[in-house]
Structure formats: C-alpha cells, structure tokens
Design a binder for this molecule. Sequence first.
Ligand SMILES: NC(=O)C1=CN([C@@H]2O[C@H](COP(=O)(O)OP(=O)(O)OC[C@H]3O[C@@H](n4cnc5c(N)ncnc54)[C@H](O)[C@@H]3O)[C@@H](O)[C@H]2O)C=CC1
Ligand SMILES: O=C(O)CCC(=O)C(=O)O
Length: 446
Amino acid sequence: MIDEKLEPIFDDVVRRNPGEVEFHQAVREVLDSLGPVIAKNPDYAEQKIIQRICEPERQIIFRVPWSDDNGEVHINRGMRVEFNSALGPYKGGLRFHPSVNLGIVKFLGFEQIFKNALTSLPIGGGKGGADFDPKGRSDDEIMRFCQSFMLELHRHLGERTDVPAGDTGVGVREIGWLFGQYKRITNRYESGVLTGKGVEWGGALVRNEATGYGLVFFLEEMLASAGKTLDGRTVVVSGSGNVAVHAIEKAQQHGALVVACSDSSGFVHDPAGLQLDVLKDVKLSRRKRISVYADEVGSATFVERGNIWTLLCDVALPCATQNELTRRDAELLARNGCIAVAEGANMPCTPDAIQMFESAGVAFGPGKAANAGGVATSALEMQQNASRDSWTFEHTERRLAEIMVSIHRLCHERSEQYGTPGNLVHGANIAGFERVARAMSALGLV
Ligand SMILES: NC(=O)C1=CN([C@@H]2O[C@H](COP(=O)(O)OP(=O)(O)OC[C@H]3O[C@@H](n4cnc5c(N)ncnc54)[C@H](O)[C@@H]3O)[C@@H](O)[C@H]2O)C=CC1
Ligand SMILES: O=C(O)CCC(=O)C(=O)O
C-alpha cells in the first residue's frame, strides 16, 4: 500500500503518463516501499526528490527507416529514456521487440535507476529500444536496422553521457553493429560508449554470462539466509535467451537439476536435466525455436503454448519478460512446494503474484536486485575500458559474486531496519532510493 502522503505523487504520475501501465506498475511498487523513508527524511519531501525521480531527465524518440532484403522500406520507432544521472552516466540496455513502446522503456529505465544504485557503482539509469522485430530477419537486415538506429542515437551517447548495452533482442552481435556504426560516424574508438562488446574489441569477460550468473549468486544468498542451499534442488527457468541460459549454466554448476525452460512458443520439460550444450546450440547459435531441443533430446518433451509454472520445482527463475508470472501461477508454485523465486527478467512477476509469495512464505528476490549482475559487470567493463585494461574471467567473476552478495546484504539490512525483515522488495527499493536521493539532494535543484 502506498503511504497516503505519497498517494498524490502516484496519482500525478498516472495523470502525466496516460496509458503507460507498466511504468505505473513500476512506480507504484517503489512508492509502496518509501513511506517510512520519507517520514524519516522530511528534506526529501521538501526537495520533491520522488517527483523528480519519476520524471525522466530527457526522452528521445526518433524515426528509424531501413530497407529489407527485397528493397521494401520499413519505418520503426526508436527511443532512449535518459532517466537519472545523479550517480553517473545514464546506463541501461536497448530492447528490440515489437512490443516496445514508451511506457515499456520508461518502466525499464525507472527500474534501472534503483538497480544501478544498488550495485554501488557510479552509473545512472536509462533504457532504450525500438519496436523492431528481429525475428525472421536476415543478418543483413538486422545490421542495416542497427546502423540506421545508431545514425540518430549516436549524438546523444558518450562514455561520460549515456552508455547503452543489450537487452531482449540485442546481444553481442547487435552491439557489434551498433558500435561499428558509432565508430564510423564519430571517427573515435570510444570503447566505453557501449557495453556488452565482444572480448576482442573492448568487451569484458563475464559480461555475456553476468546477468544469469549474478542471479544464481543472489539466489544462493537468499537460500543461505534461510539455512538452505541450491545443491540438489529442482529448478524451472522461463525464457531461453541470454539471461535464462546463463542462469541455467550457473545453477547446474551449483548442483541444481534444471528441468525446464521456454520461449514464446512454449516450454520444454526434460526431467533428466537440461543438456546445456544442446540448448546453447539450438537457441544461441542456430536461433531456432525451443521445440528443436525436444526434437534432438530423447528425454525431453515440448509443450506448445504451455504454462511452465505448472511444473513441480523447488526454485523458479522467471527470465523471459515482464508480467509473465501471475497470481494463479504463484499460487500453483507455492502449493507445489516451491521455496524461492528470483527474477532474472525485469518485473516478470505481477504485483499480486509477489503478494502471494510473501503470504505463502516463498522467498522472493526482486529483479532490480537479483538481475543487477549484468549492469554491474557492464560498469566493470567501463572500468576496464577507461584504464585500457582487461581482467581475467576468474577475477571478474569474483568481483561479480562479491557485488551480488553485497546487494543481497544491503537489501536484507534495509528490510530489517524498516520493519519488514526478509522483504527484499522493500529492502531493494529503499536501499536504491537512499543512494540516489542522497546524491540528488547534494547536487541541488537540477
Ligand atoms: N541481457 C541482460 O543483461 C539483462 C536482461 N534483463 C532482462 O531479462 C529478460 C530477458 O532478457 P535477455 O535474456 O537479455 O533477452 P533475450 O532476447 O536473449 O531472450 C529473451 C528470451 O525470452 C523469451 N520470451 C520472450 N517472451 C516470452 C514469453 N512470453 N514466454 C516465454 N518466453 C518468452 C524469448 O523467446 C527469449 O528466449 C528481459 O526482461 C530483460 O529486460 C535484465 C537484466 C540484464
Ligand atoms: O548492462 C547494462 O547496461 C544494462 C543491463 C540492463 O539492461 C538491465 O539491467 O536491465
């Protein structure tokens, strides 16, 4: 429940941003946690810190024209929301997906402010993307799209200004085409302007794996605070993209049996445990539908359009997309004995699903904390670019693990200090907000 003093702020956000339902949802969740913080720090109310945080510093919307392999012209809409730069340059990924609109980019950018603050690294919050659907497009078409997108976006970027990375539909391949075009337009090898680059051209080892790996490090901390471990647990993961595959990899390394994953066509169930090499080959290399995994692995079945959350598991890791896990799914998971849920995707659980987990005693790790390993490792990539250095895999993974442990500790401590022990949603919102609010307050009315 939003504190009654903060209710008018939320109403104003809804009025000023009509129809942007995902953005409203993300704001509501944060404001829900902030009543006690504002009561303790009346200066923040006077300085209208919350109202300022809810208003992006800058929103850029632009036309992206490109032509397909048959010469037909297409027009997409590109956007970048530069939300908050109190802690550092705007930082956050680019999403290419037909569902992208301003409300989606704003929800993602808003979440990113608090997530980035939780890493304790010097990065502000931003997000971008386009309503472009890469599915079924040739490499040439996607490259032309990336080049056209960057032709406009480049003027807003810079290693000290705004530093995008990947997200849904944007991986190392697209970052390559975006970086190549930036370099060509500006005539500068400005490595720190994008992260998630290939390791041969300025990228950092571990960035590709970082979100999924970080999720599992965070999950281990959640379980440890209840005296449990991941070893021997049955895990279900939704999605089969960058985050999902690397979460599966790290969960397996920690002794879990991961029995299912999905894509937008359905899920595969492999009670023997997913074969990671086959999964990576099908989804990341050949970019096929998930059903191909079941065609190639005898122990697996494919369930078209099926609901993955009906499967029995100890741990659920939603790693696909926003609002993919509803209250009904949460009830089912709890009833089936699930003990922990950690969000690899951004906002994959609906608010009433989260409430359900809380009331059923299922440990819950919110995305802005649990999936912060990706952006944290992006900040480590920026550090390496700035110092013209490159670290080993082992060193970088150790840094990632330390960051995830410290994010969990911070969220846990704040949840206790503010009277909701173990509620990591409150802990994450409060800890992230505190860091941004202190910086905004120090920087004056800007
Ligand atoms: N890539 C990164 O470093 C980070 C990504 N995230 C979030 O993680 C989520 C996944 O991102 P990536 O793995 O990078 O994207 P991706 O493009 O590599 O993979 C997305 C996956 O989700 C699946 N998917 C999409 N809609 C689905 C649906 N309705 N049902 C089942 N599967 C569906 C796709 O088929 C694909 O397998 C997104 O919410 C993203 O914002 C969060 C933090 C960092
Ligand atoms: O690495 C980054 O800059 C962004 C990662 C991202 O988009 C996210 O955390 O949701």
